[in-house]
Ligand binder design. Structure first.
Ligand code: KG4
Ligand code: ZN
Length: 352
């Protein structure tokens, strides 16, 4: 039974995990850096230093928790991009050192591929499936045709979905990361129809051809509302704005995803088990999940989403993507580079 250790350091989570070929997570340690709280966003230099301070301890703890020694591992997988390059370098140099000392194969994992394949660690989902990948840095609709094989149907033209949540939270003085904070306070809104009428927000791209997203107009609209209100916004108003914001995001995501779903079903007809998968931190949002579940049901498509702790950044997803690659013999040379930008599908297919 093969075992892979995965390392993730591309943003503000220092994470180490060990997974097995038969889909057992032997260890899954995530340290969310608290150093950035005062800044309302991730500071790259601080992130890289914090990764450096914690990564060795986390590797040791992951081995302890799984009762394994380095020699019992079959490969080391590490995020090689895209992301904040200082942090990526810390993870990659750690992985290379372990691999060199213990003579283990190395696998350079695209962080996005980690998100894309996570669902296959927790459920049996066959290729090809439609993936909505919505995180702090990305918002894409892709067909996952196989390991390393992606067809992009749509992407954001400006901000990522998570970025919109984070910026809205910042404007309202809520904590970082913004997604969970916005979702929590939106639940306090008791009359969503009234909130939408009081604070109407735009839904860019809805009804337009293709499957691309755009979130920057939404952010500007929130800013305009906030600018009109007193500096210390009342909690009830913040709840109403967040409720309206979530509705707009959901409407956009639902519209774009349903279009992509139709395209996917027409591109791959006669599949036994067509599936819509959501991944990335924003996929933790309950309202978005519910909307996507409904769309899937409407088109007789299976809906699959990893558990919440595997939607946000973690190393189990990197270890698992490494496992999928290892099983296909896709290992990397010890001198592989790091990639600040690394799209899953270089020649993106777009519909206009
Ligand atoms: O995938 P992820 O952990 O890191 C990146 O690769 O970017 O995604 C982080 C993003 C952040 O923007 C965060 O605000 C958002 O995911 N997020 C959420 C929720 N939980 C995290 N957005 C909406 N609702 C949530 N519950
Ligand atoms: Zn991520």
């Amino acid at each position: 039974m093969k075992k892979v250790l995965g390392i993730e350091t591309s943003c503000d989570e220092t994470a180490v995990a060990i997974v097995t070929e038969d889909k057992k997570i032997l260890a899954n340690l995530v340290l969310s850096q608290q150093e950035h709280l005062a800044f309302g966003g991730v500071v790259p230099e601080i992130a890289a230093r914090a990764h450096l301070n914690h990564i060795d301890t986390l590797v040791r703890e992951a081995l302890q928790e799984s009762g394994l020694r380095f020699q019992e591992l079959d490969a080391i997988a590490v995020t090689a991009g895209p992301g904040l390059i200082g942090g990526v370098l810390v993870g990659v140099m750690t992985a290379k050192a372990i691999a060199a000392v213990h003579n283990l194969p190395l696998i350079a994992v695209n962080h996005l591929e980690g998100h894309a394949l996570t669902v296959r660690l927790t459920e049996d989902v066959p290729f090809p499936y439609l993936l909505l990948l919505a995180s702090g840095g990305h918002c894409q609709l892709l067909v996952v045709e196989g390991v390393g094989k992606y067809k992009r149907l749509g992407t954001t033209l400006d901000d990522a979905a998570g970025e919109a949540f984070d910026k809205t939270a910042k404007l309202l003085g809520l904590s970082y990361p913004g997604g969970p904070a916005v979702e929590k306070i939106a639940k306090e809104c008791t009359d969503s129809a009234a909130a939408l009428a009081k604070y109407p927000l735009p839904t860019p791209m809805v009804g337009k051809a293709g499957c691309d997203f755009s979130f920057s107009g939404l952010k500007t609209a929130v800013k305009r509302i906030v600018d009109r209100l007193p500096a210390d916004i009342e909690r009830r108003d913040a709840a109403d704005i967040c409720c309206s914001f979530q509705h707009s995001v959901a409407q956009m995501v639902n519209d774009r995803t349903e279009r992509a779903l139709k395209k996917y079903l027409s591109l791959y007809p006669g599949q036994k088990s067509p599936t819509l998968v959501v991944a990335g931190g924003v996929a933790a949002n309950q309202m978005l999940r519910q909307g996507l579940e409904k769309i899937s049901a409407r088109h007789y498509v299976r809906f699959a989403a990893p558990p919440l702790n595997l939607c946000t950044d973690n190393a189990a997803m990197i270890a698992w993507a490494g496992m999928e690659r290892l099983l296909l013999g896709m290992t990397d040379a010890v001198d592989f580079p790091v990639y600040p930008r690394w799209p899953l599908d270089a020649d993106a297919v777009r519909e206009h």
